[in-house]
Every structure is written in C-alpha cells, then in structure tokens.
Write a protein that binds this ligand. Structure first.
Ligand SMILES: Nc1ncnc2c1ncn2[C@@H]1O[C@H](COP(=O)(O)OP(=O)(O)OP(=O)(O)O)[C@@H](O)[C@H]1O
Ligand SMILES: [Mg+2]
Length: 321
C-alpha cells in the first residue's frame, strides 16, 4: 500500500477536525442532561410515588461516539406504574405532562411530545433533550420496553448493558474503536444525504465494528480498519448473522427470517436490523463496495491530488489532507 499522500495520520486529523463532536461540546451536553436528571431525582425524593423513575443519558453522547453534527441529546426515561398508558400517543402525552410537573420552571411549550419521544427544549444555549420512554417493571439490570425511534414499537432491552458492551470494546482498542465508529457513521451520514432512501442505523454500524473488534481486527490504522469494514459488508452481502456471547449463548438463538440479522447483544430475541429490506441492504453493500474501491485507489494513487480526490469519494469535499 502506498501511503505517501494520505495515511493514518491524515485520516485521524480529518476525524478530529471534521467528524468528531469537540470534547468541550460533549461535556457541555452531558452536563445539560445531568442537570435534568438531578432535577428529576430531587422531585422523586419529595414524591417517592412519582412514576418517572429515572433519566439516563443514552445513545452516542453516552458512548463517546457522537458526531459534530449531533442535533439532540438522547435521554432514556424509565416509567412504571399501573396507570401508565401503553398506547404510544397516550404514553408520550402522559410523560410530557409528568415532565412538566417535575420541571415547573419550564414553560409547557418547552416540553413537547413528538412522534416517538418527548423533547425538552432549552431557551438560549444547548441542544434539545430527546426523552425516549422505557416501560420499566423493576428489573435490576434495567431491562425494560424501549420505544423504538424507528417505528414506535416496544423493544425489550437494557441501556446500561448496552453501555457496558460498548465500554468493553472501547477498552479493548482504546481511542480507536470509538474513532472508527465515528468515521463510519460520518460516511453513512453522507450517504444518507446523497442517496434518497439510504438507511444505515448507527447502532448497526457499531455492532458490525464490535464484531470485527472481537474477531481481532486492529483498529489503530484507520485506512486499514475502514477498508476491513467495507470489505466485510461487501463480502457478506450484509446477510451474515451477527451475534455476541456477552449476555446469552448464541446457540440459544431462535430463528429469524429477516434479511439482515444483527442481534441485540443484550436480548437474543431482538433483531436490531429487523426493519431492513433487501433493497436497504443492497444499497449499503453497493455503497460499501464503492467506498472500498475508492480507498484501494487512494492507497495506490500516484499523486497527492488524485489521492485526495479518491478519499473525497468516501468522505465528500470536506476531506482535505
Ligand atoms: N433496535 C434497537 N434495539 C435495542 N436497542 C436499540 C435499538 N436501536 C437503538 N437502541 C438503543 O438506542 C441507542 C441509540 O441508538 P442509535 O442507533 O440512535 O445510535 P447513536 O449511538 O445514538 O447514534 P447517533 O449519533 O446516530 O444518534 C443504542 O445505543 C441502543 O442502546
Ligand atoms: Mg442517538
């Protein structure tokens, strides 16, 4: 591989400048979510029967995999009680009404039900907080029924165990695992902007990379790690089942008939890629083939200008070296 023009260092620099959410911003947003959580805790202290049990930072901000383009702060909210509605619209209204009770200094229009979540908007600085409900029945590992942000269905899962799962891979390849997740998410985001109907959920990207990590791929060279990711997707046609043994025995797995099978590492019955059609999968495979070819060409290109042009096929014109 010729790396005279663009090598690991240049990709790392691009990620630092263009891909990642700056650390000060991440800390600011985490603190913002933390203040909401504390407010709820204070309220709960005075009203122990309150049905909103806990708020927990979830998603990319919790995992250290957020992009600079992040536009809301994901917070999971555990709800329990006999009177909690299970109809999604009623549930969201119910949560909005409870949040207004717990946060009386927010005006009522700052707390608004959306399609599958409730947003809490802050005046002035900060991002909106996206409160995602989890119906909770007291499980000690915080399993509950999470409202899917894709279709509003209830998914049995555990956010704290997802975080633990991610921490394990982040520790195995410090800095690099999370960085490669962010770079691939950046690529996928660009594909979504470019191609109508293109979808590739962040959680799926993270699980594919976790599998490559568990298989022993070294993430410390970014061009190489990216090339492996794209090659994996292309080689398997995204039709190879991905399953982990952290929290259950893969042999105990039931049959899925879905095109793409990426099983939730904390619930053997939940296929994270359930909604992906053959067309969705084929579009991802085609895009991965293109990206893989472009990286190959970049690594063999004779001039800097050509090399950069190939990398721009992967990352767009924002890429400079
Ligand atoms: N289908 C699913 N089954 C179980 N848990 C899910 C599922 N989809 C999302 N989650 C949970 O929600 C979290 C956020 O998922 P999402 O795909 O939005 O990724 P993200 O890391 O927040 O990335 P982004 O920066 O794109 O928002 C995951 O870490 C996981 O805990
Ligand atoms: Mg998210």
């Amino acid at each position: 591989m010729s790396r005279d023009h663009v090598s690991h260092g240049e990709i790392a620099q691009f990620a630092a400048n263009r891909v990642n959410l700056p650390k000060v911003k991440a800390n600011e947003y985490r603190a913002q979510a933390g203040r909401l959580r504390e407010k709820l805790e204070t309220y709960l202290h005075e009203h122990p029967d309150f049905t909103l049990r806990k708020m927990l930072l979830s998603g990319s901000l919790a995992k250290g995999t957020a992009l600079g383009s992040l536009n809301d702060i994901d917070v999971a909210c555990y709800v329990s009680g006999a009177e909690v509605p299970t109809d999604i619209d009623a549930l969201l209204n119910y949560i909005a009404e409870r949040l207004r009770k717990a946060f009386p200094n927010f005006s009522s229009d700052q707390v608004q039900p959306q399609t599958y979540s409730v947003t809490v908007s802050f005046r002035g600085s900060g991002l909106d907080v996206d409160v995602v409900p989890i119906l909770y029945f007291g499980d000690l590992q915080w399993y509950g029924n999470l409202v899917s942000q894709d279709d509003g269905s209830f998914l049995k899962t555990s956010i704290p165990l997802h975080l633990e799962f991610a921490v394990k891979r982040k520790k195995a390849q410090e800095k690099h695992f999370a960085q490669v997740v962010r770079i691939v998410k950046y690529w996928a985001r660009r594909m979504k902007l470019e191609q109508e109907g293109f979808r590739f959920k962040s959680f799926m990207i993270e699980m594919i990379l976790a599998k490559l990590c568990d298989d022993g791929l070294d993430f410390s060279d970014y061009p190489e790690a990216l090339q492996h990711f794209f090659t994996y997707v292309a080689r398997t046609d995204l039709r190879e089942r991905i399953v982990f043994s952290d929290y259950y025995k893969p042999s105990a797995l039931g049959a899925f008939s879905d095109q793409v099978q990426i099983v939730d590492p904390v619930n053997a019955e939940n296929n994270v890629a359930r909604l992906y059609t053959a067309e969705n999968a084929d579009a991802i495979v085609d895009a991965a083939l293109d990206a893989g070819d472009a990286i190959d060409a970049a690594l063999g290109a004779p001039t800097k200008q050509l090399t950069v042009a190939y990398w721009q096929k992967v990352f767009g014109s924002a890429f400079h070296a």
